[in-house]
Design a protein around this ligand. Structure first.
Ligand SMILES: [Zn+2]
Length: 80
């Protein structure tokens, strides 16, 4: 039984690695959101306050917006 749990963890680890943001050729990560979900600003390619949620990378204008999003991501994704 323990072996099955270990294998399950290994598969989960492999899958989550594949969910990491993939930088494009110019080194920029593709952001899923076009606007900051919290304050509504247009997303800029050089924003560094980003987070990965369910395999998608979202960008925010600052740490406070990112933290606000992470408090309740589903609320913002549902409102989109
Ligand atoms: Zn913002």
């Amino acid at each position: 039984m323990k072996k099955i749990i270990v294998i399950a963890f290994a598969i989960t680890a492999i899958l989550s690695c594949q969910n990491q943001p993939k930088p494009t050729a110019d080194g920029h990560v593709h952001f899923v959101n076009k606007t900051d979900y919290v304050c509504g600003m247009d997303v800029q390619a050089d924003w560094t306050d980003t987070c990965t949620y369910k395999g998608n990378t979202y960008a925010f204008c600052g740490a406070s917006c990112k933290e606000e999003f992470l408090k309740d991501p589903e609320k913002y994704l549902a409102a989109e």
